[in-house]
Design a protein around this ligand. Structure first.
Ligand SMILES: *Cc1c(COP(=O)(O)O)cnc(C)c1O
Length: 360
């Protein structure tokens, strides 16, 4: 792997030396009995970090969102989601399949928002027996489907006000909420204060090997703990995971700024290459989405990049996504730009063979 520059996602990050040491040294117990001191320490720390009463360690962001949505909603309830959000598009419909909750998608703007009027319009009349019961609004920050843009806390405050006025709760899919906080230069609580529950990933830019946190009030987390158990997510000596999580949220947040700088450098460099278009306004965090405008086959290009040791992902019909992270430094960015300059200066290759596997 050492020669590969892996820009597919910040999920490919490997644990830091401090994490490996913390895992080695972790005090352990059976967390299903509530006996793992490291898990308990992480949950306490994480709750305080995002300004909530309680927190729960879960295996993944998907499990965190699932437990969050299902702790708020029962069968026959409806949840308002952005049409580009992760919960709606990339979580196998879990809340619907396993929880009997209906999704009510509302179009996301390029800023990762749902217009307030559209949210208001999606709230069902409780007195109408034909309608499902609207229970929850889900936000996402940063917004992955919109290219890692930061959703403004002022907008979130308005959503919360609208939701609470209609007896709804607000859940935040904050898989990368620390990227949003660092990009804004604010404490993460400036963001999470506007939601009733939040899920964040420790295994993305924060570089822990496994784990997400769901945080909210104590009653919600009690319900979520039952749901986690139901899913098979009650883990025993989970301090092995939590030890790295503690390092992630105490030592790895501030350095996200480096990833954001590298993303800007990568984007600015790509923007100078003929055949590539980048909207620099959207390069706000660690995600760089850019389009290929010279008509060459995207899959073939991704295959060529791979052959040169550079891994990226496709993003929609004619765009590529590259994500900076703890494993990427400025030399990797320079090397990546060099390969792009070379490949884009050459005629496009055809070749469905290259397309094959490019999207894995
Ligand atoms: C990655 C991600 C998730 C899911 O996290 P997993 O740990 O991969 O299950 C949820 N929401 C967003 C916005 C994400 O980027």
């Amino acid at each position: 792997m050492s020669n590969v520059i892996d820009l597919r996602s910040d999920t490919v990050t490997l644990p830091s030396p401090a994490m490996r040491q913390a895992i080695f040294d972790a005090a352990l117990g059976d967390d299903v009995y509530g006996d793992d001191p490291t898990v308990n320490a992480l949950e306490k720390l994480a709750a305080a970090k995002v300004g909530k009463e309680a927190a729960l360690l879960v295996t993944s962001g998907t499990m965190g969102n699932f437990c969050g949505v299902l702790a708020h909603c029962g069968r026959g309830d409806e949840v308002i989601v952005g049409d580009k959000c992760h919960i709606y598009n990339h979580e196998a419909g879990g809340a619907s399949v396993l929880g009997g909750v209906a999704y009510h998608p509302v179009a996301n703007t390029d800023a990762g928002e749902m217009p307030l009027t559209a949210i208001a319009g999606a709230i069902r009349d409780r007195e109408n027996p034909h309608a499902a019961l609207t229970r929850l609004v889900c936000l996402e920050n940063t917004h992955g489907g919109c290219g890692g843009v930061v959703v403004a806390p002022s907008y979130m405050a308005q959503v919360k006000k609208l939701a609470h006025a209609n007896d709804l709760k607000v859940h935040l899919d904050g898989a990368r909420v620390f990227n949003a906080a660092v990009a804004l230069g604010v404490d993460v609580k400036e963001i999470t204060q506007h939601v009733d529950s939040v899920q964040f990933c420790m295994s993305k830019g924060l570089s822990a090997p496994i784990g997400s946190i769901l945080a909210g009030d104590a009653d919600l987390i009690r319900k979520a703990r039952r749901l986690r158990k139901m899913l098979g997510g009650g883990m025993r000596q989970a301090g092995i995971i939590a030890a790295a999580g503690i390092v992630a949220i105490t030592e790895m947040v501030d350095r996200l700024a480096e990833d954001h700088v590298n993303a800007r450098i990568l984007a600015a460099g790509l923007a100078t290459i003929p055949g590539i278009a980048v909207d620099m306004n959207k390069i706000q965090t660690d995600i760089v989405v850019f389009s290929i405008t010279d008509g060459r086959d995207l899959g073939a290009l991704i295959g060529q990049l791979k052959a040169h040791g550079i891994l990226v992902g496709g993003f929609g019909a004619n765009s590529i996504r590259a994500v900076t992270h703890y494993g990427i430094d400025s030399n990797h960015i320079e090397a990546t730009l060099e390969v792009f300059r070379t490949l884009m200066s050459q005629p496009a290759i055809g070749g469905s063979q290259a397309v094959e596997g490019a999207y894995r």
